[in-house]
Every structure is written in structure tokens, then in C-alpha cells.
Design a protein around this ligand. Structure first.
Ligand SMILES: Cc1cc2nc3c(=O)[nH]c(=O)nc-3n(C[C@H](O)[C@H](O)[C@H](O)COP(=O)(O)OP(=O)(O)OC[C@H]3O[C@@H](n4cnc5c(N)ncnc54)[C@H](O)[C@@H]3O)c2cc1C
Length: 522
């Protein structure tokens, strides 16, 4: 038995989380913050040291806002408000062709209208610390080697670094164990897709003339070069494609590509701290759930890092699964709630892999099509779109993952104004009162913008469902909400139900056997 920070005991773990990357750590936080005991194991000796993912998207920060630590993370990273797109550099200097302001794109849509540059290793340590404060320690050097489902749970075999082999029983197992997932392989699930022929490099460097805080990108035939600032080291992170003629070279070094990279971004590298190369795959697992086993993050989907989406998508999976598992373990919902995880998340993973694949192959491809995409399509799409606020908002919503919605989920019902069941609760801005503030309860809630009628107040009271009434405002209207209507908001900030009749709320709760009372205090 372990005790968390609030002094309440955590019983025998119900959930085994395999993997302590961003997905596993977020899943663990989602569970322990709801007082569900879990074990987190990792086959590595300690926290990751590679700063793979650099970008924390706005939707992830919104989830962290619910957990109460988004601002702390923002203060540790670098708010990248502008992206500079350059072209040329192969024969002569490159030039800036476009600069894109995230702030103008996302203003009014999210409390975090930017991309946060915050390296994955810092990010993981940050989450490990938050987890520790909740009384949950990652078990390092513990490798899942096998598991099988039995009548009432899962029996898993764990090999410890000390040489000890352990058999454990738990109710659910979650494979957050990355691209080579043991959980996925044990389930014999296919992982169809392919591998890009291009070789990527990643480097941490110092450049002459200081440390710019913006993002820089150069696109061309076989060229994709990105540069982000890294606050904790004062360095710049370079990610790019190794020129095809060098991709077979044994022990490639930064010096081999320096003469290409420097002119592409108009920089002079003065120090190289780390240089590595890797291949990228694009794949989605056949299923995200088999019985009591779930796949989360890279275990279920991997794709090109070009859009900065991979880690954020895994975190979105973890947030989605976390509250559902907690509800079922605590008997606050019918177990069929867990059936909604796969359809909600696999559809997005498939479309993401397809879009990143199309964008990536189009932008760096050779021949007429690649040239056409780079010179005509991309500038046209960005140029026209960024001239109009609708276009700017559409781009921000896509990149920031605030567009993700679950219209076809069995959990999504009704529509009112421009807001449908399955949409993310739109942010109404800080002008009157912040409608994201109550989401910190990490639990169900009813929202009304305007005035709630008596029968709704009575139903909410009888169901133990917190009702938040916000004064009708321009922000609510701009966000597409409708006045005096009920919006039932899920624990992860998505709308489950938009309805005028309190009776719809009662039947929704009955259907999923939802108990709204807060079980977090014990
Ligand atoms: C160079 C690079 C740049 C990237 N840039 C971005 C970016 O800008 N934005 C973005 O969103 N994404 C980016 N990504 C993708 C991102 O790094 C991954 O999507 C992310 O790490 C996935 O997190 P995860 O927790 O699902 O898996 P992982 O981070 O792979 O973690 C898996 C965990 O499982 C453990 N494990 C594995 N097998 C076992 C086992 N049998 N038993 C116990 N533990 C096990 C591992 O030790 C590890 O702790 C990038 C990736 C690369 C390579």
C-alpha cells in the first residue's frame, strides 16, 4: 500500500503501465490524480536522455492546464511565436519567403496560442516529478516480457534488472512501450505501413550571433531542415534529412553535412553537442484494444516527426484512456465506456499518418510533383490561408490538435449553435470568466452560457453533477456556443452532449451508468 501527497492510501494497483515515455507518464498521472493506483514500469535504467520531440502543442498544454501545471511548463520552455520559412541555399544563400505568427493564428482560440519548444527529456523529467508528488514512482529496469489475459484480469511477467523474474496480476495492461511494443507483439496485432527511404539527422548545436527564439524551416527537393531553440541548454536543435548521396555513409558526422545545412538556415554552427541519425516509419496498429490490453502512443501509431504531432498524439491517447479506465475501475461507469477508446483515437491516428505522409512526401519529394507542391501548392495554401482569419484559425486548429473531435463516438450526442457532441469545449476567452477553469476538477460538469432553467438545476443536483453557469458573452458567441443550452462536458474537456432538455442528460447518464460523484477524496 502506498500513500499519495494528500495522504490517502492507494490500494493494490489495478493498472500496469508498460513504458515511461510521455504517453505512459500521462496515463499514470490521469489515473493517480483520480486516486486509481497503478504501476509504471520501464525497461530503461532511468529517464530518457534524448530530446526527440521538441514541440508541445496547445492541446497538450490545455490538458496540462487541467492538471494545474501548464504555466509552470510554459515558463521552462520557449514560447515560439513565429516560424520563418526559407528556401534556397543549395547554390548560393537562402532567403526567407514566409513568416508565420502562431499568436495571430491561435489568438482567441486557446489560452496557449503558440507552440512551446520544450525538449522531450526535460518534459519527461517534469512529468516524473509530478507523478512522484502524487506518490507514484516509476520502476526503472523492469521489462515486460509476456502477459496473458485470464478470466478476471491479466497475468504479466516482468524481468527486473537485478535478475529477478516477477509474475503479477492486474485488472488492465496498457502498452505505452513505444514503436517496438511488447504488448502489441504479444497480442499479435499487425502494424501495417512502411519506412521512409530518407534518413533523418538530429543535432544539438550552438550558433554564432546568439540564440534565436523562433522556429526556422527550409524546404526543398530532398531538403527538410528545421531549427528550434532549447532553453535548458541554450542550444539550437537541428532536425533534417540527410542528403540521399550521404545516407549510406558509415558513421556520418555533422561535418559531413555542415556545408549544406548552414546556408539553408543562414547560420554558422560554432559547437556541436550531439549528432545522431535515424529512420522514420509510418504505421498504425490494427487495433488499439484487445480485451483488457490497450495500446497508447507510439505503440499504436508512428509517423514522420515533421509536423510535431507524434508525442502530442500519444499524450492525447493517454488523456482519453485515463479517465475512462479510472471510471470503470471505480465502478463509476459501465465497462462499455472502454469500448469508446479505440474508435475515438484510431481514426485520428490513421488520418494523421495519411496526412503527414502526403505532406512529407509532397514537400520533400523529387520530380515535377515535389517541385509543384513546394513552389505552387504550399505557398498558395499558406499565403492565401494566412491572409484571412478563418484560414489562420484553420491552420492553428490543425497543427495545435485543438481541432481533434469525436463526432462518430457513441459518447457524442446532439448539437447546439456551432458546437456538436464530440467537439472540444471551445474556449470563450479570459474576458469575462475563463470557462476552462472548472475543467481542473478533471471530472464531468454541465456548462450553461446564459441562464440555466429550473429543471436542469434540479437534475444536476439530483445527479451530483456540478453545474457551471457563465454570463452570456461575445466570447461565447464567437466560440459558436448557444445561449441557455446545456453542454455536458467530459472529464477530458470534450462535449459529450448538447441539449435543451434536462431529460436527455438523465438518459445519457443512465445509458453509460455514469455516477458523477467525486471519488477522489478517498
Ligand atoms: C528525432 C525525433 C523527433 C521527434 N519530434 C517530435 C516532435 O517535434 N513532436 C512530437 O509530437 N513528436 C516528435 N517525435 C515523436 C516522439 O518522440 C514520440 O512520438 C514519443 O516519444 C512517443 O512517446 P511514447 O511514450 O508513446 O513512447 P516512447 O517515448 O518510445 O517510450 C516508450 C517507453 O517504453 C519503454 N519500454 C519499451 N519496451 C518495454 C518493455 N518491454 N518493458 C518495459 N518498458 C518498455 C521504454 O523504455 C520507454 O520508457 C519525434 C521523434 C523523433 C525520433
Amino acid at each position: 500500500m502506498t500513500y499519495n501527497e494528500r495522504g490517502s492510501w492507494m490500494a493494490h494497483p489495478s493498472v500496469l503501465i508498460v513504458g515511461a515515455g510521455p504517453s505512459g507518464l500521462n496515463l499514470a498521472l490521469a489515473l493517480v490524480r483520480r486516486n486509481v493506483a497503478c504501476r509504471v514500469i520501464s525497461d530503461s535504467g532511468g529517464p530518457g536522455r534524448e530530446s526527440r520531440a521538441m514541440v508541445v502543442q496547445a492541446r497538450t498544454l490545455e490538458f496540462y492546464g487541467q492538471l494545474g501545471f501548464a504555466d509552470e511548463m510554459v515558463a521552462q520552455g520557449i514560447v515560439a511565436e513565429t516560424a520563418h520559412v526559407r528556401e534556397g541555399g543549395e547554390a548560393g544563400p537562402s532567403r526567407e519567403v514566409l513568416s508565420i505568427s502562431f499568436k495571430e493564428m491561435g489568438g482567441g482560440l486557446s489560452p496557449y496560442p503558440f507552440a512551446l519548444a520544450y525538449p522531450q527529456d526535460d518534459h519527461e523529467r517534469f512529468l516524473i516529478d509530478k507523478l512522484r508528488r502524487e506518490g507514484c514512482e516509476v520502476e526503472w529496469g523492469a521489462k515486460l516480457t509476456h502477459f496473458r489475459e485470464e478470466e478476471h484480469g491479466v497475468r504479466a511477467t516482468i524481468e527486473h534488472q537485478s535478475g529477478r523474474t516477477e509474475e503479477t496480476e492486474i485488472a488492465y495492461i496498457c502498452g505505452c512501450d513505444g514503436a517496438r511494443s511488447c504488448v502489441r507483439e504479444t497480442l499479435h496485432l499487425g502494424f501495417p505501413g512502411g519506412t521512409y527511404e530518407q534518413l533523418f539527422y538530429v543535432a544539438d548545436v550552438k550558433i554564432a550571433g546568439g540564440s534565436p527564439r523562433d522556429l526556422f524551416i527550409n524546404l526543398g527537393e530532398h531538403i527538410l531542415t528545421l531549427m528550434f531553440p532549447v532553453r535548458s541548454s541554450g542550444m539550437q536543435r537541428l532536425i533534417g534529412l540527410v542528403p540521399p548521396e550521404l545516407s549510406d555513409r558509415h558513421e556520418l558526422r555533422f561535418e559531413d553535412i555542415r556545408s549544406r545545412v548552414e546556408p539553408q538556415l543562414d547560420i554558422q554552427v560554432t559547437e556541436v553537442n550531439w549528432f545522431s541519425t535515424y529512420r522514420v516509419h509510418h504505421r498504425v496498429a490494427d487495433r488499439f484494444r484487445v480485451g483488457r490490453a490497450f495500446l497508447v502512443g507510439d505503440a499504436g501509431h508512428i509517423h514522420s516527426p515533421a509536423g510535431g504531432q507524434g508525442m502530442n498524439t500519444g499524450i492525447g491517447d493517454a488523456v482519453n484512456l485515463g479517465w475512462k479506465l479510472a471510471h470503470v475501475v471505480q465502478s463509476r461507469a459501465h465497462p462499455s465506456l472502454l469500448d469508446t477508446y479505440e474508435p475515438e483515437r484510431i481514426g485520428f491516428a490513421r488520418s494523421l499518418v495519411a496526412t503527414t505522409d502526403r505532406a512529407f512526401t509532397g514537400l520533400v519529394g523529387d520530380g515535377v510533383i515535389g517541385e509543384f507542391t513546394r513552389r505552387i501548392i504550399a505557398p498558395l495554401v499558406f499565403g492565401v490561408a494566412t491572409r484571412f482569419s478563418l484560414g489562420r484559425h484553420a491552420i492553428f486548429r490543425t497543427i495545435s490538435q485543438t481541432r481533434i473531435h469525436y463526432p462518430d463516438s457513441p459518447l457524442s450526442r446532439g448539437a447546439a449553435g456551432g458546437v456538436h457532441g464530440g467537439d472540444r469545449l471551445p474556449w470563450t476567452g479570459p474576458r469575462v470568466s475563463d470557462n476552462f477553469e472548472p475543467l481542473r476538477s478533471l471530472d464531468w460538469q454541465a456548462h450553461v452560457y446564459g441562464k440555466a432553467d429550473r429543471s436542469l438545476e434540479t437534475t444536476c443536483r439530483e445527479l451530483n453533477l456540478p453545474l457551471h453557469t457563465f454570463a452570456w458573452s461575445d466570447g461565447a458567441e464567437d466560440a459558436g456556443l448557444e445561449r441557455n443550452v446545456l453542454y455536458l462536458v467530459r472529464p477530458d474537456g470534450y462535449i459529450a452532449l448538447a441539449a435543451e432538455d434536462a431529460g436527455d442528460l438523465r438518459s445519457f447518464a443512465d445509458e453509460f451508468q455514469l455516477r458523477f460523484e467525486d471519488l477522489r477524496s478517498g
